[in-house]
Design a protein around this ligand. Structure first.
Ligand code: HDE
Length: 704
């Protein structure tokens, strides 16, 4: 037993407790005696430290009598169990987190006093949590959804939480609309479905009446919301923040994370099938990568600009439905984040971590973005109901790693035992009590605010379509087709025809051809009218940086090759392919009709990693099908094998085949193209396996 993982006060047993438990242990279960492997065991105790003599049976009046109320051991155990759950997050409930570090590579000393952004080479511990937004904690990893990308930096000057998403803009401009947005997207309240999906009436109804969401709608209908891996998503702080230097001057900043493995998404049909094949696809992928030493890594970059520069932008950077094109303000890479340690305990760390955008360090400050302003109290507030106490900062995952001290006292679950007579400030009775730090303490940016108070939306926030159009026209033809198909899919699930029509009306301001395509996909006889825009749409230069395909890397790093084999397969070909793929950075999994040993043609045995029905090709980035003639024959009547190759082809993956594999492709009616390669030509296969076969798509799928 790992003593670190047990709840014990000192980790050591007292002499009295240690009646020890050396060697093998006998446990009586249901009248049978089970022998459990030996070793040195800690005593199993109650929460009061009392050693248990029997953890299998409650205290009963007699062998067939009632259980006695005096059984404090039973009561303690069941009571604790009854209270194990805490409220899940109201949004972003489903998440996956890991520990790591941030390392600064370029100093921003000119712009900020924040030490984390000025000390080159310094490694700051971080905990990063990725999440979906709409689904509950037990929902699948792969719905079409935004991904949260929240980083807690445990800096020497206090905790800084950068609570972002994998999309640089948001649905709404003002925090007061957030509860409406979330009520619209979550499962409908009268029926309790759909779980984690935007494809339903209430979501699209709200969107159709909220034109400011059109830019975000383009992003969520793109393949950004169906990522291949959390290791392959970008992250964005979304809002403008301020950096403040030692002269008190402030500069605006947008924060970006860029994945070292490049961006990569899945194909919609593939995503749907992954959800069935592995509900924990992203969590498992992250776990596997970190525990096998393939640590995920991101570049940290900033866009810096002054108020004067912002005044020249054709949009208001304080409007969170707008991004700043990289072509307008280039990204400056200033550091990297590596996630290198999986948590010990999911609940204690990933569930209990509490992010708050209001957690800032000196040298960084907020902007007036009204969405950000609303977030500044929401997160702390939600932690109070989620974690149940204002002392949630004392939970180890939330506690700063630098000293912290103040006169706040008491409250539920107070862990600190603050000594002394003084719990107020200023005081003259204690020489040791904490004092203000006038120079290095937190200073808000010196900003002048004037004007008339009111519930108003800035006139500069009125342009709702220009950047939606910018996003759409910046995509490759494949990506545009995926957006159109996603819109048709989503709107086809909406029962109210007027809602479908309203959305297509909005699309006309984004791109007339897109609107036509979606209207045709929905079977409309004519294209619905477009609403009158508050501002005319501005034509902007396309920004290729907004593509996914443009940001993919031709690589097998971090990807997985699945090799389907049967008894009688050629071990030499398997081995050569495996070696070529591994040296290109891929992980290789052997799949066969039966899990366990496969007898190769040579008579040697090879152990399979997975069984065919449980390892469909959607779990891999590229596949190889290496079969004996008998194997091909046997698999020709196996629907899981037919699906394996059909799906690999349909999801635009490279396929390596030998003679048996080729026979299976023929039976499955799978075509031939440049992405289907002879398994003996490993170099050719590795070259095509590094990317998806985009050219194939138009020949196999009607898009939109
Ligand atoms: Fe959040 N959001 N949010 N959000 N958000 C929460 O806080 C909220 C917004 C984001 O892994 C909640 O601890 C409001 C934008 C992430 O634990 C809650 C508004 C962005 C996470 C909350 C927004 C985000 C949350 C729920 C509009 C991208 C998960 C549980 C004003 C920049 C963090 C919790 C984690 C979580 C409120 C909009 C990102 C209720 C009121 C914009 C990544 O406080």
């Amino acid at each position: 037993m790992n003593k670190e993982n047990t709840m014990s006060n000192s980790g050591k047993l007292t002499k009295e407790q240690d009646s020890t438990l050396q060697g093998s242990l006998q446990v009586a279960v249901g009248g049978e005696i089970h022998q459990i492997a030996g070793g040195e065991h800690q005593a199993l105790t109650t929460n009061q430290g009392v050693a248990l003599s029997d953890n299998q049976n409650s205290l009963r009046a007699n062998p067939s009598g009632p259980t006695l109320g005096e059984d404090f051991i039973l009561r303690e155990k069941i009571t604790h169990f009854d209270h194990e759950r805490i409220p899940e997050r109201v949004v972003h409930a489903r998440g996956t987190g890991a520990h790591g570090f941030f390392e600064l590579t370029t100093s921003l000393k000119q712009y900020t006093t924040a030490r984390i952004l000025t000390e080159v080479g310094e490694k700051t511990p971080v905990f990063t949590r990725f999440s979906t937004v709409a689904g509950g904690a037990g929902s699948v990893d792969t719905p079409r959804d935004v991904r949260g990308f929240a980083v807690k930096f445990y800096t020497k000057e206090g905790n800084w939480d950068l609570v972002g998403n994998n999309i640089p803009v948001f649905f709404i401009q003002d925090a007061i609309k957030f509860p409406d947005l979330i009520h619209a997207v979550k499962m409908e309240p009268d029926r309790g479905f759909p779980q984690s999906a935007t494809a339903h009436d209430t979501f699209w109804d709200f969107i159709s009446l909220t034109p400011e969401s059109m830019h975000m709608v383009m992003w969520i209908m793109s393949d950004r919301t169906i990522p291949r891996s959390l290791r392959m998503i970008e992250g964005f702080g979304v809002h403008s923040f301020r950096l403040v230097n030692d002269s008190g001057e402030s500069t605006f900043v947008k924060f970006h994370w860029r994945p070292k493995l490049g961006l990569q998404s899945t194909i919609w049909d593939e995503t749907v099938k992954i959800s069935g094949a592995d509900q924990d696809f992203h969590r498992r992928d992250m776990f596997d990568a970190i525990t096998s030493g393939n640590f995920p890594e991101w570049e940290f970059a900033v866009q810096l600009f002054t108020q004067e520069e912002a005044d020249t932008f054709p949009f208001d950077h304080l409007d969170p439905t707008k991004l700043i094109p990289e072509e307008l303000v280039p990204l400056k890479v200033i550091g990297r984040m590596v996630l290198d340690r999986w948590p010990n305990n999911f609940f204690a760390e990933t569930e209990q971590i509490a992010f708050c955008p209001s957690h800032l360090v000196p040298g960084i400050d907020f902007s007036n973005d009204p969405l950000l302003q609303g977030r500044l109290f929401s997160y702390h507030d939600t932690q109070l109901s989620r974690l149940g106490t204002p002392n949630f900062h004392q939970i180890p995952i939330n506690a700063p790693k630098c000293p912290f001290s103040n006169q706040q006292r008491d409250g539920h679950m107070q862990m600190a035992q603050q000594a002394g007579r003084v719990a107020y400030e200023p005081n003259s009775l204690s020489g040791e009590s904490p004092r203000e730090t006038p120079t290095n303490g937190f200073h808000s940016a010196a900003v002048t605010e004037t004007g008339v108070k009111g519930r108003v939306r800035a006139a500069s926030f009125a342009d709702h379509y220009s950047q939606a159009r910018l996003f759409y026209i910046s995509q490759t033809a494949y990506e545009q087709a995926h957006i159109a198909s996603a819109l048709v899919f989503e709107l086809s699930k909406v029962e109210h025809v007027h809602v479908r029509e309203a959305i297509v009306g909005h699309l006309r301001h984004i791109d007339e051809a897109l609107a036509q395509r979606v209207a045709a996909g929905l079977g409309f006889g004519k294209i619905p009218n477009a609403p009158v825009p508050a501002r005319p749409v501005q034509e902007m230069q396309p920004s290729p940086a907004l593509q996914i395909i443009g940001k993919m890397k031709d690589t097998l790093m971090g990807r997985t090759l699945g090799i389907l084999i049967t008894n009688g397969s050629d071990g030499a070909v398997i081995d050569q392919l495996k070696r070529a793929a591994t040296s290109a950075g891929a992980t290789v999994k052997i799949v066969s009709p039966k899990v366990g040993d496969v007898k190769l043609a040579s008579g040697l045995m090879l152990s399979a990693d997975g069984q065919l029905a449980g390892c469909p090709s959607v779990l891999f980035d590229a596949v190889a099908v290496l079969l004996s003639d008998e194997g091909a024959k046997a698999l020709s009547v196996e629907s899981a094998a037919i699906d394996f190759v059909r799906d690999a082809f349909g999801h635009l993956k490279a396929i390596a085949v030998d003679k048996g594999g080729q026979a299976l492709l023929k039976i499955a009616n799978v075509g031939q193209d440049a992405g289907v390669v002879d398994a003996n030509d490993q170099a050719a296969f590795i070259a095509v396996a590094k990317t998806r076969q985009w050219n194939r798509e138009k020949s196999i799928r009607t898009l939109a």
